[in-house]
Design a protein around this ligand. Structure first.
Ligand SMILES: [Zn+2]
Length: 412
């Protein structure tokens, strides 16, 4: 992991000219190095350096020799990214053009201290004394350390832009002690906390459809360019609302996983969107929108949050996760017409009842390699506790929701 901090320093004319002189020669070396790479069809730093070092050393006798190394590195990076652009058909020139030059420095070419930074030039060392911005101290005073490489760029008016790079070791994710499977659906997200299923309502489909009706009502027989219409559409804030739901849910799940040192288990590939869930929505655009916010965006939000907390995420094969009994391995039969409980099915072998989402949770956990026993015929298996959107949005943790639910159960 690295972060670059930019410092701006105004320097005196002598210092500026010494740096300007370096910049000029550095540019020449860089251009030669790029041309060498192009004509020898290589982007490798080692090969470019081996190819140009001797001649460049002759040409630039007074230039501190390490600038030739860093210019070769610079050339290799530029050629690399040019190659990538070319592959994507996004390069507009035959070769990488050197317009702006940022001079790269290695540990021989600069020294850091808090009162001054020294830079090697053909006139000996020059010094710049930056005032450090707040953001600098934020990195300087923590586990980040200053990297040996740095860069500078010259701006008009004797101003030097100096780039300091901070580095930090990539922290390792922990070895999971358990699993929290998460099953995404069009109107809810289910999780298994301490082996107990819980269904959190997200109403994604309902919210999307609701907004769609309101949007239609606003725009019917009126141009979307109309100012009044634009203002009303903007006030709908559909996206904002969904983002709040996603972020909060991702946070609750990841926090739970982090505190119990568990890994999160998700379906690897997207389930086919209209499978059994949104096929009733006729408009394909709308179906796609529901699908995105309920499945892909939700999944991405969880993965992103997990990265931040360094919680491992296990992605497993999603096929048949909701139609195979996690105990008997037999088929679970759902009533074709839905009936009173369209999401509840019966195991062909044991005849016990299962809620579709609970089945998926146990199967996801199993596929991640967890062999903990699955409760047979419990009430939760076919009638999991369902938490309303407004309730969990205000909750501090999934555990607190579960405890509250237990209290209610006990009173009943
Ligand atoms: Zn069964």
């Amino acid at each position: 992991m690295e972060r670059t901090i930019k410092l701006r320093v105004r320097v005196d004319y002598i210092t500026y000219s010494a740096l300007k002189e370096v910049e000029g020669e550095y540019r020449e070396v860089l251009e030669d190095a790029i041309n060498y790479g192009l004509s020898n069809k290589t982007t490798s730093f080692t090969r470019i350096k081996a190819g140009v070092y001797k001649t460049e050393r002759e040409k630039h006798k007074d230039l501190p020799s390490h600038y030739i190394y860093t210019a070769c590195e610079d050339a290799s990076e530029r050629l690399d990214s040019f190659e990538k652009l070319k592959k994507r058909g996004r390069s507009y020139t035959e070769k990488p053009s050197v317009r702006k030059v940022t001079v790269h420095l290695d540990d021989h070419l600069w020294k850091f201290s808090l009162d001054k930074i020294s830079i090697s030039t053909m006139q000996g060392r020059v010094f710049i004394s930056p005032t450090f911005p707040k953001i600098f101290w934020r990195y300087y005073n923590t586990e980040w350390r200053i990297a040996s490489e740095a860069r500078f760029k010259l701006l008009k008016g004797n101003v030097v832009e100096f780039f300091i790079v901070f580095k930090r070791d990539e922290p390792k994710p922990y070895e999971p002690k358990g699993f929290i499977p998460v099953d995404l659906n069009e109107d809810s997200v289910s999780v298994l906390v301490d082996g107990k299923p819980m269904l959190l309502e997200t109403n994604t489909k309902r919210i999307t459809l609701g907004y769609e009706y309101r949007r239609k009502a606003i725009t019917t027989r009126r141009s979307a360019e109309d100012r009044e219409v634009k203002r009303k559409l903007k006030r709908l804030r559909e996206r904002d609302k969904k983002v709040v739901i996603r972020r909060k849910l991702a946070k609750l799940i990841v926090k739970e996983a982090f505190e119990s040192m568990s890994a999160i288990v998700l379906e690897a590939l997207p389930r086919r969107p209209p499978e059994h869930m949104i096929k009733d929505v006729k408009d394909s655009q709308l179906r796609l929108r529901i699908y995105r916010s309920a499945f892909s965006s939700m999944k991405n939000a969880i993965i992103e949050k997990a990265k931040e907390f360094r919680v491992p995420v296990v992605l497993v094969n999603p096929s048949y996760t909701s139609s195979t009994c996690p105990i008997h391995g037999a088929k679970i039969v759902y009533q074709p017409d839905g009936g009173d409980a369209p999401r509840v099915g019966v195991c062909e072998k044991g005849k016990e009842k299962w809620h579709r989402d609970v089945v998926a949770l146990y199967n996801l956990r199993k596929r991640a390699g967890d062999v903990s026993p699955v409760p047979l015929g419990s009430k939760e298996s076919h009638d999991p506790p369902t938490v309303k959107l407004g309730r969990w949005l205000r909750a501090k943790s999934l555990h607190s929701i579960m405890n509250e639910h237990k209290m209610i159960e006990m009173k009943v």
